[in-house]
Design a protein around this ligand. Structure first.
Ligand code: C5P
Length: 287
């Protein structure tokens, strides 16, 4: 089963809440870069990680902290089952890049066990249950183009025809701590919904250039102040011919929009020429 990474087409950050988290509003969309999750019946919950992209598995933390394992334990608790599952994870999504790799794995386990154990839990209910696993998990559990609000606990699937966007992911080669980025952020004062509306209009119009102009990430300045390599990767994407550039989540991965698949290949090749790791991918806006 595929566990798709995500990018944030828009990400607005509002005030810090009493629980220490910031309120957000973000349009999230899955992309074609994916881990593979294989589930097999087992007595206990176990995890085996192999890497499809060199270096990714090395960054995986202890099994008990793994979101896929926590997702399996959550499903065990919810269903009242006493057996477990053997989880095989083939990692391709870089860790700590803002692409929601761990959340994608968790979402895949939730859906997988829902089917495997015939639990018949709706996507909306699964998304609600998944909030305890992390802020990005509900949006990735719901899947497709999704509006995420609050800390991530309020998720709504966008009811619009899905424009497939071609883009290039670029990795600055350095990581930033999510907590540090949020600690440095200057929250947005207005909350009028214009940023999301602009993006919705651009997506409906089906025009990659308009989408490029509507990209927004309120964490960018804070992340770039901590990690200048992000600024350099953004500039490199622009020079390589991207229509518009933004960062995903709290970074450090940045992405550039391309006109079509061939253009994305060309931009990625230009970046590889200057030593940046870059992948051409596309969005998967519909479940
Ligand atoms: O979601 P995660 O636990 O990875 O976030 C790490 C830290 O980033 C949180 O402890 C919090 O300080 C900050 N954060 C935030 N608002 C969010 C998400 C994360 O302030 N919506």
């Amino acid at each position: 089963m595929e566990a798709r990474a995500k990018i944030n087409l828009t990400l607005e950050v509002f005030d810090r809440r009493a629980d220490g988290y910031h309120d957000l509003r973000s349009l999230v969309v899955p992309i074609s870069l994916a881990d593979e999750v294989i589930l097999r019946p087992a007595k206990e919950v176990t995890l085996r990680v192999t890497e499809a992209v060199s270096g990714v598995a090395d960054q995986i933390g202890p099994t008990a902290d793994n979101l896929a394992v926590k997702a399996a334990q959550l499903m065990r608790r919810v269903s009242g089952r006493t057996d477990g599952v053997a989880i095989d994870l083939v990692k391709r999504i870089p860790i700590g890049s803002g692409l929601g790799g761990g959340s994608a794995d968790a979402a895949a386990v939730l859906h997988g066990l829902n089917d495997f154990w015939h639990l018949d839990i709706s996507d909306e209910e699964l998304a609600n249950l998944s909030m305890e696993l992390g802020s990005d998990v509900p949006a990735q559990t719901l899947g497709g183009l999704t509006l995420m609000e609050g800390r991530g606990e309020r998720v709504t699937r966008e009811s619009m025809p899905g424009l497939v966007l071609h883009l290039v992911l670029a990795f600055p080669g350095e990581f930033v701590s999510t907590a540090k980025v949020y600690a440095n952020v200057i929250p947005q004062l207005t909350n009028g919904g214009q940023i999301v509306d602009n993006m919705r209009r651009a997506l409906l119009g089906g025009d990659a250039e308009a989408v490029a102009a509507a990209l927004y990430n309120g964490l960018s300045s804070a992340a770039e102040a901590l990690c200048p390599a992000i600024t350099r990767a953004r500039a490199a994407l622009r020079t390589a011919g991207a229509l518009g550039v933004s960062m995903s989540g709290s970074g450090s991965c940045v992405f550039g929009l391309a006109r079509d698949a061939a253009d994305a290949q060309r931009v990625a090749k230009n970046l590889a020429g200057i030593g940046l790791t870059a992948f051409p991918v596309h969005t998967c806006p519909v479940m």
